[in-house]
Design a protein around this ligand. Structure first.
Ligand SMILES: Nc1nc2c(c(=O)[nH]1)N[C@H]1C(S)=C(S)[C@@H](COP(=O)(O)OP(=O)(O)OC[C@H]3O[C@@H](n4cnc5c(=O)[nH]c(N)nc54)[C@H](O)[C@@H]3O)O[C@H]1N2
Ligand SMILES: Nc1nc2c(c(=O)[nH]1)N[C@H]1C(S)=C(S)[C@@H](COP(=O)(O)OP(=O)(O)OC[C@H]3O[C@@H](n4cnc5c(=O)[nH]c(N)nc54)[C@H](O)[C@@H]3O)O[C@H]1N2
Ligand code: SF4
Ligand SMILES: [Mo]
Length: 683
């Protein structure tokens, strides 16, 4: 601990990306918001404040190894651990290797992994947990605007006339953004907050209007709204003509469907949809926020594009009339996207399919031409199948806990337990995934390592250490460099994180996410400015934003099953590996639960606290019931609980454009435990 010092750093939790000051003294760490930070302006929530108490809890202290996954681990030295990884990588054909990374890694760490895997190993068999989170938004941004990169910014909250939040529960998941929204509402009560979500969430409770649509009916709703705004002559035709392409095609596909029929099929009231139409048809400033309710779906890209279409059609792309702002989940998924850590990316928002992009990276990394493979690698969910089929035999997991977070828990477990798979897990604690590994690498964690992160509004900041970690733990960067050097690769002998950032930032020069002029020490920078396309010149080949027709694939109603939505808890972080050790963050979230409508429960003879058995073709789970308010025949259960992994019931199906898993729409039946005659059908 650096006694009596204050360290400027960033929060390791959500994509809001709060800048923090950590005051260190003999009494521990006091975490406060950094008031000088232009992005988050000194605000923070309880998670980092409380987390500071448990940074040393249950830490891994030594590399652990076992040849046979059914035997106990033994402690080994770092030299042995690094040699084992290098040996496995060298012995196997390249196509049998796979790497799985995380939006919680720092930019420098993701960059090093990308350089090692896509550059030096020449394979693209690497993916990140952003595949489960932001892959859909990435594809939608590229399709609509020509490049990845959220368009708007947080300051729009402060003068918005309306904030439309779809598929996002910021009261739980992005608390500082939500607080800023509530502050706007308090200062200007006329500001309209509208929430589009099948669940009456805390965000919905505090809004002016809850649009409780049926799961998956988003595209139908957005198409209907667009058609009606057009019919009333309220599209911004001047903007559409000068700055966009493809509007005709879109409008021709939406006008045929009668408005009332569409709205009713979403399970909504016409008068509620009217409120949205009035807003978008006005000159008012609207900020649109969305997150996993639109991303984690079989038609996730279509949902994103449908929402974006409303903003493009009404010329909402700037400070005057507002903008769409996709909320990023993890603290540095944005940095990972900039670095190109998904299976098709390269640093600086580049793509492995583009010859020029590959050449720039090969030159920068002093690699021979054609080293980088020109086709995207397989995604993590396909890699799981390949492991089950013995086609991938080495998996290196860093900073993610896929056993509990990939769809189809039983299949993931089968894959990770496969005796033909050499599983390396790099983590600061023994996660559920690590406990299945052959080799576990203990890492430093938040507060112990340094680098940079980008938040949801493209704002980059530094994170700095304020304490030391376990003696034997190493930073993720050092581990990657040690393995690369063991493999005989040149260019992994950095003096510090600054040297890594400086090498990386050159690859952003002249790119949309250009940060090449920034000094590492003083990083505090919003790339792209407040609005990415303030000049109305987009990153597409023609410079015009693109409308895309939205194919509405709203599933037909099914009265035999419920839609099971999965998502977050308010105080815990995903698989709880660190937050479960903080009593204040665990309180009331010790146990998972199944949220259902009280009337539906009553009809089935279910009372609050009863144990429900939820089932589908993938398996069964038992969860205590809580009553809440949801669209009819919808349920909610949080994910991340190791003893009752909800992903047991979530099938591995994905969006065809982004390959992001549909984690929010499993179909299940429900019965009370021990009541054989479950009543399933209701009308
Ligand atoms: N406390 C806490 N905060 C977190 C995290 C955490 O683990 N804990 N994780 C972070 C991460 S990585 C992420 S990605 C974000 C996620 O942040 P959010 O996306 O806000 O959170 P979720 O709970 O996944 O889901 C959001 C909402 O989508 C709604 N939804 C489901 N289906 C549909 C649909 O068909 N249409 C619409 N319109 N809505 C739908 C759900 O009902 C839910 O309320 O949170 C971040 N913040
Ligand atoms: N059913 C369902 N499943 C979901 C979702 C959902 O809404 N529903 N959401 C999906 C989304 S959006 C996301 S982002 C994922 C999140 O899924 P994961 O990333 O798998 O979940 P985490 O618990 O955040 O795992 C992070 C791991 O990194 C470790 N760690 C922490 N700090 C460090 C560090 O500095 N270095 C290293 N090497 N390790 C560290 C932690 O101990 C933990 O084991 O879950 C996805 N899965
Ligand atoms: S809002 Fe998100 S980034 Fe800010 S302090 Fe809370 S968890 Fe951290
Ligand atoms: Mo996420």
């Amino acid at each position: 601990m650096k006694a009596n010092s204050t360290v400027l750093t960033g929060c390791p939790f959500c994509g809001t990306g709060c800048a923090l000051n950590v005051e260190c003294s003999e009494n521990g760490y006091k975490v406060k918001g950094d008031k000088t930070n232009p992005s988050t302006q000194g605000d923070l929530c309880f998670k980092p404040i409380q987390m500071a108490k448990a940074l040393d809890a249950h830490r891994l202290t030594s590399p652990l190894y076992r040849k046979d996954k059914t035997k106990p681990f033994e402690e080994i030295s770092w030299e042995e651990a690094i040699t084992l990884i290098a040996q496995n990588i060298s012995d196997l054909p390249r196509e049998e290797l796979y790497f799985y990374l995380s939006g919680q890694l720092l930019t420098e760490e993701s960059y090093l992994f990308t350089k090692l895997i896509k550059g030096h190993l020449g394979i693209n068999n690497v993916d990140a947990n952003s595949r489960l989170c932001m892959a859909t938004a990435v594809v939608a941004h590229k399709m609509a605007f020509g490049s990845d990169g959220p368009v708007g910014n947080y300051s729009d909250i402060d003068d918005a006339d309306a904030i439309v939040i779809s598929g996002s529960n910021p009261a739980w998941a992005h608390p500082v953004i939500f607080r800023r929204i509530m502050a706007r509402k308090k200062a200007h009560p006329e500001t309209k907050i509208i929430v589009i979500d099948p669940i009456y969430t805390e965000t919905a409770e505090k809004s002016d209007l809850w649009i409780g649509l049926c799961s998956g009916s988003d595209t139908t709703l957005y198409n209907a709204l667009l058609a009606e705004i057009y019919r009333r002559g309220r599209c911004d035709t001047a903007f559409i003509d000068r700055a966009t392409e493809g509007f005709e095609d879109v409008i021709n596909t939406v006008l045929d469907v009668p408005f009332a029929q569409s709205i009713t099929s979403c399970g909504l009231l016409i008068e509620d949809a009217e409120v949205l139409i009035e807003l978008f048809a006005s000159q008012k400033k609207i900020l649109g926020l969305w997150c996993q309710g639109l991303n984690q779906a079989v038609d996730g890209v279509m949902r994103n594009l449908g929402f974006i279409n409303l903003f493009l059609a009404t010329g909402r792309i700037n400070a005057l009339k507002g903008s769409p702002l996709s909320l990023t989940g993890q603290p540095n998924a944005m940095g990972g996207r900039e670095v190109g850590y998904l299976s098709n990316g390269l640093p600086g928002y580049r793509d492995v399919r583009n010859l020029q992009d590959r050449t720039v990276c090969e030159d920068h990394w002093n690699l021979p031409k054609n080293t980088i493979f020109p086709m995207p690698g397989i995604t993590i969910t396909d890699a799981i199948d390949a492991i089950v089929n013995n086609e991938i035999k080495f998996l290196w997991v860093a900073c993610t806990n896929p056993l509990l977070t990939l769809p189809d828990f039983n299949k993931t477990q089968r894959a990770l337990k496969n005796s033909n798979l050499f599983l390396v897990v790099q983590d600061c604690v023994l996660s559920e995934t690590a406990s299945l590994a052959n080799l576990v690498l203990p890492t430093l964690s938040w507060g112990e390592k340094e680098g940079s992160m980008t938040n949801s509004e493209r704002f980059i900041k530094r994170v700095r250490p304020f304490k030391s970690g376990p003696d034997e733990a190493k930073s993720d960067s050092v581990i990657i460099c040690n393995v690369a050097q063991k493999l005989g690769f040149k260019g992994f002998d950095y003096s510090d994180s600054k040297a890594i950032f400086n090498e990386y930032k050159e690859l952003t020069k002249t790119r949309l996410c250009d940060q090449s002029t920034q000094e590492y020490e003083s990083l505090s920078y919003q790339w792209g400015g407040k609005y990415l396309y303030a000049d109305e010149y987009f990153a597409t080949p023609t410079g015009k934003a693109q409308f895309h027709p939205i194919i509405s694939s709203f599933p037909s109603p099914d009265t035999n099953t419920f839609v099971l939505i999965t998502g977050r808890t308010k105080k815990q972080w995903h698989t709880m590996t660190r937050t479960q050790h903080v009593p204040e963050l665990l309180r009331a979230e010790e146990h998972p639960y199944l949220l259902m409508n009280s009337e539906e429960g009553a009809k089935m003879g279910i009372q609050e606290g009863d144990i429900a058995v939820i089932s589908n073709h993938l398996g069964d789970l038992e969860l205590p019931v809580r009553f809440g308010k949801l669209a009819p025949r919808h349920l909610f259960a949080p994910f991340g609980y190791g003893k009752t992994p909800i992903n047991t019931l979530v099938p591995a199906i994905s969006d065809p454009f982004s390959f992001q898993s549909a984690l929010k729409s499993a179909r299940v039946t429900v019965r009370i435990k021990n009541k054989m005659a479950a009543i399933l059908l209701m009308h």
